[in-house]
Structures are given as structure tokens and as C-alpha cells.
Design a protein around this ligand. Sequence first.
Ligand code: BGP
Length: 509
Amino acid sequence: MIFPKNFLWGGATAANQVEGGYNEGGKGLSVSDTLTCGGLSSYPIDLPGIPPEHLEYMKKMRFITYRDGGKTGGALMVKRETLPDRGIPDVLEGEYYPGNVASDHYHHYKEDIALFAEMNFKCYRMSIAWTRIFPTGEEETPNEAGLAFYDSLFDECLKYGIEPVVTLSHYEMPLHLAQKWNGWADRRTMACFEKYVSVVFERYKDKVKYWLTFNEINSMVHIAYANAGVFSKDPALLETASYHQMVAGAKAVKLAHEKYPRFQMGCMISYSPPYPNTCKPEDGLAAVRSFDQSTNYYGDVMVRGYLPEYKLKVLEHQGITLPVREGDLELLKVGVVDFVAISYYQTSIMAASPDGLKTTEANLTRSIVNPYLEKSEWGWQIDPVGLRFALNTLYDRYHKPIFIVENGLGAKDILEPDGTVHDPYRIDYLKKHIQAIGDAIELDGVNVMGYTPWGCIDLISCSTGQMSKRYGFIYVDADDAGHGTYRRFRKDSFYWYKKVIESNGANLE
Ligand code: BGP
């Protein structure tokens, strides 16, 4: 048997993309509640500097809606340069926000978890919406209805022997803190987060063992607003926000280790290792340097416990000083995680001089085209061998168990009149990636502790807000504009994944 006996097979979601119920049970507004559905927004904007061949695609990306005095507008979530010089993010009348209902998991979670159990899930990676617990982030006491909701959700999981894997912050934070002081760019957010963490740790200590601090903490450069509530182009604010998150994460890990020894704490990094474009030495160096800045920096702080020299040098050249306070560095040192969680969707290509090279239109990691790879309808390059490569580099660097908490194919599915959904493309994608994980375990000796494909039930896309970019084993009958019955249907991949888990990865057919 290649996969270890206790391998954590499951699936992953995030509150802001699956729950809906955005104003129910005392929930406060979150930054994600100001994100539109790309292509459906009433705020078309100029997209300066985007190559014409990518324009149509970029118009499908989500906007952040905002107010500037009496004026309102929309700025592209993934392109910081489109943010206005002034203005504060807000919910605007007449705009459609797909997260309001999302997959309506808030009202369907019992049915959804029963379906996960039918697939034999060993774990369910989900996130707590901070705004259900502290609606603005600044309350003194938590919102009991929000706490009770997750109590019930965890009980439902445990009833089936499904281990909850909980992300504390997944592209969701109180909108109030973003409006008041640019979210994580201000140190006061750390105290609000600490209060939230200590409440959920204490409340769920007997129900939850596996915790992740921040989802894709290294996505800050791409989506600082969704990640950290920073509505600004200023790179110094972004670096500050990242730093605050890492110190706050270390504090959470330290608290867990001191007070809740049964907890297993992980960080979560978006992991897309680059290949050099050619064997030209400069391309090789570009690949190493870019990966250090985009990815290793965050892992090194959270797993090794210190600020690496290669980052401090770059900051120095940029004239940016991190707001290090007394005690921070000690915290980083002791608050190191027990395991490393990653999202893996694709690899990238780095060149010393990328000018003139063809790039894919994929959103978060815009990459030079790799002629050896196929790509999804959304331009994400598909690279199962890259996953084995990623697992090797990561394990070699940290020697801590690796949890693949996101991976998957966003695709359009067709619900047939008889209620079936035939998705051989998804099965093919997942099969090849599971084979690559098996190879990394069996042939390379990498310690992989689990695998939770993204969007195990259809949910709204983070980058576009579309429901039609589907990842699930379970089809949710709703379209991009929120029309539909919201009934659940098992896709072909549902039956396939059930067998995969049943056989502990031995049967991929
Ligand atoms: C990751 C995020 C998820 C998720 C996934 C797929 O970056 O952690 O929240 O959405 O990507 O991306 P998308 O939804 O844009 O297809």
C-alpha cells in the first residue's frame, strides 16, 4: 500500500465561497461581501496595460466595489494598479455579490456533509468565517449564534468520523477592519485576530485537531484586499500586512502548543514552483530568486522561524522597513508550525528577460506558456509531474509533513436531464495528480499526510466569482447570477473518488 494507513483523504472549501447566509445568524459583513461576479458587474473599468488577447478574460475577473465620497466604483481584485488613489471598499446597492448565497452550504451543510461521508471522506477542510464570530472584529464578546453554527457543523462531521481541518482565515475578514484601518496593514488587527483565535480554540478544542492559520498567505501581492483587507497600491503596506499576519500566526501556533497539545498546526502556502525558461544560467537564477520572494520567504518564516536574508536585502533595496517590535522575532522563532499545507494548481516558468514571451491569461500566477503542458479553460496550466517536483522541493527544504489542501480542475459541467454529470476531464486530472503524490511518497520518500481537492462541492470561484467554474464532485444547481434550485447532484467523479478513498488510493480506475 503506497498511501499511509491514516492518510487524510477529503475535500476543501472556504466559508466565503460556499456558505452564503452572509447576513444570517448575526454575521457581520466581510471583505468578500464586496466582491462581484466577474463579467456581471455593473462597474466596468479600464484595464490599462493588459495585452488585448487577455482582455476578454480579464473582464471576467472579480471587482472590489468601493465608495469615494459620493462616487462609487469597481477595481479589479487581482490587479493592484487598477485600485483608485482614494476610496473605501463597500457594499453597493444594485450590485450582485455572488458570496451572498454562494452554494448555500449555510442551509445545506448537513446534506453536504452526508454526501462527503458517502464518498468516505476522512477529513473536511473548511474555514470559519471570522465575521460569524466577531461581526466587526472589535466586539468584546463573540456572537453565540455563529459559534453554535460551527458547533453543529463539526458535530455533523464527527458523527461520520470526518476530521475537520479548519482554516482560521481564508480570504475573509471583517469589512469594518478593512474600512477602518486597511485590515492587516495595521497592527491593531493582530489583537482582534488573537481574540478571535483564542475564542475558537477554546470552544472547539474537543472537536478540531487540525488547524491552518492563513490561506495562501503568500497571495498578498496578487490579492491583498481579499487576503488581508488592504485596499491600497502601496507595496510597503502589503509587506507590513504580511508581516503582521505571520507574527499573528506564530502567536496562534504558540498558544496552541502551550494550551492545546493535541492540536496540529499548519501554515498554508500557494505553491507553484517555477522552471527556468531555458538552461541559460540567468534564467535559472531568475527562477530561484523569484521563488524565494514569492513563496520561500513565507515558508521560511512560518516553518523555520526567522526572516531570511534574501528577503531583508530586497526590502532594503526597496526602501521598506518591516515594523518589527520587541518580542516579534522570538515569537516567530517559537511559533513554528507542525506541518506545511499547500495549494497546488500549476507550475510556472521564469525567464531573466520575459519580454516578448507568450504568457497565459491565468489570474493569480500569470505565467510564460509552457509548451509541454495543456491548460484548463481558464488558462491554468496542468502539470501533475510538477506536483511531484513541488513535493520534493518542499519536503527537502523543511522535512515536515505536507498536507495538499487544494488541487483541482475548474471546468464547466453539464447537468443532464436525468440528473447525471459526466466529468471524465476532472477524473483524469485528479487521477494523474494522485499518481504523482503516490510517486512522491513511494519513490522519493516524501511524507504527505493528506489530500483535499479544492471545491469538493461546487462553489463560487475566488478569482472570478463564477459558479460555472466548477471543481466539485457534487454539482450545485445554480448559475453565475444565482439562479437555480441549489439542489445537489452526484457527478461521475463522485463515484470515482469514493472508490479511490475506499481503496486508500490503490484503485484509481
Ligand atoms: C486558491 C484559493 C481558493 C480557490 C482556488 C481556486 O487560490 O485558496 O479559495 O478558490 O484557488 O481558484 P479559483 O476559485 O479562482 O478558480
